[in-house]
Design a protein. Sequence first.
Length: 156
Amino acid sequence: MSLHPVPAPGIPATTARVARAAFPKGCLAMRVRDELGVLFQDADFAAAFPARGGPGLAPGMLAVVSVMQFAERLTDRQAADAVRGRIDWKYLMGLELGDEGFHFSVLSGFRTRLVEHSHEQVILDRLLARPSELGFLRTGGACERMPPTSWLWYGT
C-alpha cells in the first residue's frame, strides 16, 4: 500500500441534497463538515506510508472515520457499515451516495500503521487545531491530556 496524497473531495451535489433532505436540522457528522471543514488531509500522514506500491485508501478519510467511530462508540465493523450506508457520513467524507466503502479490517490496519510510525498524535493535534483556529477552543484551560493512543483502539 502506498500514499499518493490527493486533496479531500468536496461534497457531491446529490449527496448534499439528499443529506439535507434527510437531516433538515443537521446532525453531528454534517455539522462537523459544515463548521470545521476538512479536518485531515492525506499529506498529514505521508511519512507513515511508502511512496511506492499500489494505492491504499485515503488516510485523511480513515482518520475522520476513526474520530467519528470514537464519538459514536462504534466497532470497526459498525464504522465501516456507517461509511457504506449512512448518508450523513457520506456527506462528512465527501463521498458519492453509491460509494461502497471499505472492509472493516482496514481500520485496525490504519491504527497499527499510525502507532508504528508515531503518527497517532497527528490526529489529536489536527482535531484540536481546527476548532482552535475557529475560536471554539482556548488555550490555558485546566484540562488533562488524554494519552494519545487510548482512543485509537476503541473499535477493536
